[in-house]
Design a protein around this ligand. Sequence first.
Ligand code: GLU
Length: 455
Amino acid sequence: MKPVRVRFAPSPTGFFHIGSARTALFNWLYARHTGGTFVLRIEDTDRERNTPEALEGLLRSMRWLGLDWDEGPGAGGEFGPYFQSERGDIYQSYLEQLQKAGRTYEKEGAIYFKLEGERYTEYDDYLQTEVEKVRAEPVLIRDLIRGDVSRAENRDFVIYRANGDPTFHFVNVVDDIAMGITHVIRGEDHLSNTSKHIELFQAFGAPVPEYAHLPLILKDPSIGKGKMSKRDRGALIDEYQERHFLPAAVRNYVALLGWSPKDDREVLDVGEIIEKFELSDIQKSPARFDEKKMAYINFEYLKALPVETYAWFARPVLTAAGLMAEEGSESYLQRVLALCQEKITSLEELPKFCAYFFTDQFERDSAAYEKLNKKGDFQVRLSEARTALAAIAADEWNTANLESCFAALAEQHSLKQHAWWPVVRYAVSGVTSGPDFLPMLEVIGRDVVIARLSV
Ligand code: GLU
């Protein structure tokens, strides 16, 4: 078999959304699975709608997701240029081939591709006029996901506009030929273009690539029905980056939009996805976007990180929130995170959850205070705890000694240790829940704890 060459061919006209990410990812996975080549080709012929910002965003999101391309912008390759806007001469020479073969004609300034078949005219209700149609042989699309689809084109179509620009159908096919693409993996919305494309491949005498049209992605049911749109919550890849999702988790989730390892597992290492990924295992029924599943997979990834790696992701989140200086202590950070990592489901929650480890200016939960204060002994317990804890020397400030300190206090007053814990926790952290209590006191440190109990 010929070595696999696949391409992701985005038009940089807007934000990079989850549907594009899925197409890019599936091409990448297939290239990596087969040891083939992943080409990134920028379909930027629509000069009015393409923007440099959209291109930047696209490249940034692809890099963030770890979808490295073997050929394309910045990577080079022998089939370049990889921007369609720079391939005008190539298109011109392919046009000449069709012209020489008598497969084109001009009408009102535009150049049409001429289908083969018997011609006849028919009244078109929509255009309200007679139109010329062609009885062409139906084209068989052998789709690796959808099976065989047969479809006949019955009208010649434009390949060069009157303004001299080649059309999408033309450049898309010419580039797939010129770049030696063996498999076209793209969204199902393109299935309706494929018969035109196959007609073009055949007119050029070029081999038709294998096709794999990926199923639609439907909205999360909590958002509504129908096809997911770029405007739906959760659609933009940038947003996951901004919300500090782990790129590997997003990539894992996106892989499940139409593909699965067949054994119900959802959290899979990328190496395993690459190993198992077959185009024939992709489902044809629509995939459904599931915000909760994305969050769950992200949490599973976060939980599994060694604390050093977790800290690597957490540090910029905390510095951006103004809680930590860029050069703030790594060992302190890791001690804090060791307590928090399993208690929160996303890095987005981290600054709020652990602010009090880094600043005295943390929020206080007034409802929690009301509740504690109702018992009427808040100040008494606080001052008892302060006195007892202040008796622990700085170098003896650890969980074991904190435990015995509260045990002694409990015994002395014939109460449970719980009489002091929520009060102390509230004074130190502003809330009545959080990481394990005694280790939390240990990490915050003696002086800070005593100072906070003194207010
Ligand atoms: N530029 C087209 C798109 O973004 C590419 C279609 C294809 O993959 O063939 O939809």
